[in-house]
Design a protein around this ligand. Structure first.
Ligand code: ATP
Ligand code: MG
Length: 281
């Protein structure tokens, strides 16, 4: 769905994005994970044809982004980092306006408003919306024409836990409906939960690209920690792959004396730090 090859771009004389290559397969959720200023939004803007003065190749669908025609956007939905609504119009008027710009497959505005819990605010001016309400409205604006490809820039940022959950469920639902989704985030829980594959990006460069599971498993063994009662609570741990050889653990299992046992893998954040030397925030 997206092929990027040796992409190089700069805002000034110094190259910022340098030799970036990756592809996004149809039907997957692909995440850009990186700290603030890493270049996540810049790459999205290149793929959206908004920054045409790049070198190398960036193909979306079968179109080289810098050469796109007016049909390019019919199958693309974008949830930008910042609200892109007309503040003096109501939520419904905004959605009706943006929907009218597309030719095909208009989705029900009432259903979309209901899906993000904005049905009672549909006729309120966007200027009077809270930040989280604007985020939710911005998201459904990307869906009005039921596009095949979705670009979501920090879709959960600024949302409370309930709305963040709702947003993530909607993103997964869009995936089930067959969409290809490219999302940027610096929230590693969201990336782990939502993305089929993630790209670690720092300073405009790609440091790693794989599924969250493979990235986590590629570094550091998972540990098993167990507890038992023996003159008070005792605990010990071993590598998950060495459980069978751990005599104490085997004895505790045989004697049914385990109080608790749990395994813990490194988090995606740990792996990100190990690979890039940077934290995600
Ligand atoms: N229009 C612009 N002109 C000049 N420099 C820019 C422009 N837009 C972004 N930059 C610079 O490019 C770098 C990357 O910005 P970008 O918005 O792509 O980062 P990001 O990874 O999306 O960060 P965040 O997580 O904060 O959204 C930053 O150093 C930023 O200052
Ligand atoms: Mg950004």
């Amino acid at each position: 769905m997206i092929q990027v090859n040796n992409l190089t771009f700069s805002y000034s004389k110094k190259p910022f994005i340098e030799g970036l290559s990756f592809e996004v397969k149809a039907g997957e959720i692909f995440g850009f994970l990186g700290p603030s200023g890493a270049g996540k939004s810049t790459v999205q803007k290149i793929l959206l044809g908004m920054l045409p003065n790049y070198e190398g190749s960036a193909v979306v669908g079968s179109v080289e982004c810098k050469k796109h025609g007016s049909n390019f956007y019919q199958n693309i939905g974008v949830d930008f980092e910042y609200s892109t609504m007309y503040e003096k119009l109501s939520a419904r008027e905004n959605l009706e306006f943006f929907s009218s710009l597309y030719r095909l497959r208009h989705r029900s505005i009432d259903e979309l408003l209901m899906a993000v819990g904005l049905e009672n605010d549909a006729d309120k001016r966007v200027a009077d919306f809270s930040k989280g309400m604007k985020s939710r409205l911005n998201f459904i604006k990307a869906l009005v024409h039921d596009p095949k490809l979705l670009f979501l820039d920090e879709p959960t940022s600024g949302l409370d836990p309930t709305n963040s959950r709702l947003m993530k469920d909607m993103i997964l639902e869009e995936k089930r409906r067959g969409k290809t989704i490219l999302l940027t985030t610096h929230n590693m829980q969201d990336a782990t939960e939502l993305c089929d594959r993630v790209a670690f990006i720092v300073g405009g460069k790609l440091f790693a690209l794989d599924s969250p599971h493979n990235l986590i498993m590629s570094k550091g063994a998972a540990k098993v920690t167990y507890t038992w009662i023996e003159n008070g609570e005792q605990s010990a741990s071993c590598d998950l792959t060495e459980m069978a050889g751990d005599k104490k653990l085997r004895n505790l299992i045989a004697e049914n004396r385990l109080q608790s046992i749990h395994s813990s893998e490194p988090t995606l954040n740990d792996i990100f730090m190990e690979i890039t030397g940077k934290t995600l925030v």
